[in-house]
Design a protein around this ligand. Structure first.
Ligand code: UDP
Length: 411
């Protein structure tokens, strides 16, 4: 089946929203935009760009998506940067900064930047701007990570790079740092019609669980996330074990490997050590995963966890809420934007809190059903791709009239 076109979203969001996008796009005209990130598959940024890019193009915007090249030494450094920007204590040798800048220069040389707007996603390619001091176009840094507690040494290095941009985009006020450049705020979004989120029939869902040997004889509690320390999969196992003492259930941990994330094997080994030989704990590692199967795991689970310790947004939360699943999320980063505690999900601050939330949802199926339904409404209002198209169109228009301070594009 071919990818959905804009017209197909009318049935999901209503024709007026599509009309609004078309009108906005007519004002944007033939302005061009280039998106740059560090991986074509794996993780939320690639997930979003795969859909945003063709839909913006359908709206008449000239859009290009480029992925920077790197090898293991570079991605080891950028993953360490990612972790440190989210708060991991670490001292970087001067060599790490030099390597980071060298790879950015190499990538910059291999690319063209003649579009009206350049959007650089996350820290990996951020330093390419150094060679564009006298530019005529506009460059915006889109930060998808949780910058609430950045490592000081690294932020001293990164902040002046970020401040070379014309503006920066952050998801939440909780982690937008003080910067000398204007800031835009807007949320990420999911695509309700892509393979990850489209409706599936029950038989297919069942078939996926059978394929991977996960019995559905009792409630299934699932976390779907890269095996990354900030997603706290070890904490998930601990919380599950606490809940499992009181309610019969299974835990399913699903993760894939992103090309720019070398850490998964180590973290999965830690998860397995914590799980021991518990017969109700199942772990799967994909490279890469299949979107319809992830969709099936989300739909076929009784509770979805996203017990992150730091989190830029967590598309997984919106994906689960869109499927009306009750979600238990860590009270960090972009998760509280999606989960209004007790109304569109439950927030957990600790392992114990997550264990208790699992118990409480499994013991109160009507409450679990209701918050799942409320969650779906919240996603429909705020976190669907049509809203994000609008935000990008507004960004293209807003850049014509540069202004200081914070500009909210979440409306
Ligand atoms: N994902 C996936 N397979 C996996 C694990 C995650 O397809 O095994 C997807 C998940 O459904 C979501 C994205 O990867 O669409 C992760 O985005 P999120 O914002 O939750 O986290 P990130 O990995 O960007 O930190």
């Amino acid at each position: 089946m071919s990818a959905p076109s804009l017209f197909d979203y009318r049935d999901v969001v209503g024709p007026d929203i599509i009309e609004e996008l078309t009108i906005l796009a007519s004002h944007v005209g033939d302005r061009s935009i280039k998106m740059v990130n560090s991986t074509a598959v794996g993780g939320g940024v690639a997930e979003m760009l795969h859909r945003i890019v063709p839909l913006l193009s359908e709206l008449g915007v000239q859009v290009e998506w480029a992925v920077i090249e790197g090898d293991e030494p570079f991605f080891e450094i950028t993953k360490a940067f990612h972790n440190a920007l989210q708060g991991k204590e670490q001292v970087f040798p001067e060599k790490a900064f030099k390597t980071y800048l060298r790879y950015n220069d190499m990538n910059e040389e291999a690319m063209k930047f003649d579009q009206d707007l350049i959007v650089i996603h996350d820290p990996q390619p951020a330093a390419m701007i150094r060679r564009h001091e006298n530019r005529r176009n506009r460059w915006v840094w889109r930060c998808h990570i949780d910058l609430s507690h950045p490592n000081e040494q690294l932020w001293r290095f990164m902040a002046p790079i970020v401040e070379r941009y014309d503006a920066a985009i952050f998801t939440s006020a909780l982690f937008s740092p003080r910067l000398k450049i204007p800031q835009y705020r807007f949320y990420p979004a999911i695509d309700p019609l892509d393979d990850k989120n489209k409706d599936l029939d029950k038989a297919y869902v069942e078939q996926v669980f059978v394929k991977y040997g996960i019995p559905r004889d009792k409630p299934i509690v699932t976390q779907i996330s890269r095996y990354d320390p900030w997603k706290d999969p070890v904490g998930v196992v601990k919380a599950f074990k606490m809940a499992r003492k009181y309610v019969d259930c299974r835990l399913l941990l699903v993760g894939d490997k992103a090309a720019d994330d070398p850490e998964s094997d180590t973290i999965l080994a830690q998860v397995k050590a914590e799980a021991g030989d518990h017969p109700d704990i199942h772990t799967l590692l994909f490279s890469p995963s299949i979107a319809t199967e992830i969709n099936a795991f989300q739909r076929g689970s009784d509770i979805i966890l996203q017990k992150s310790l730091r989190e830029g947004f967590a598309l997984t939360v919106s994906e689960a809420l869109w499927k009306s699943r009750p979600v238990v999320g860590g009270a960090v980063g972009g998760i509280p934007v999606q989960i209004i505690d007790g109304y569109t999900g439950l927030l957990a601050h600790t392992v114990e809190g997550a264990g208790l939330a699992i118990r409480s949802l499994l013991n109160q199926p009507e409450f679990a059903r209701q918050i799942g339904e409320n969650g779906r409404c919240r996603v429909k209002d705020e976190f669907l791709i049509t809203k994000n198209l609008k935000r990008y169109l507004l960004l293209l228009l807003a850049l014509d009239k540069p202004q200081g301070g914070t500009i909210f594009l979440n409306g």
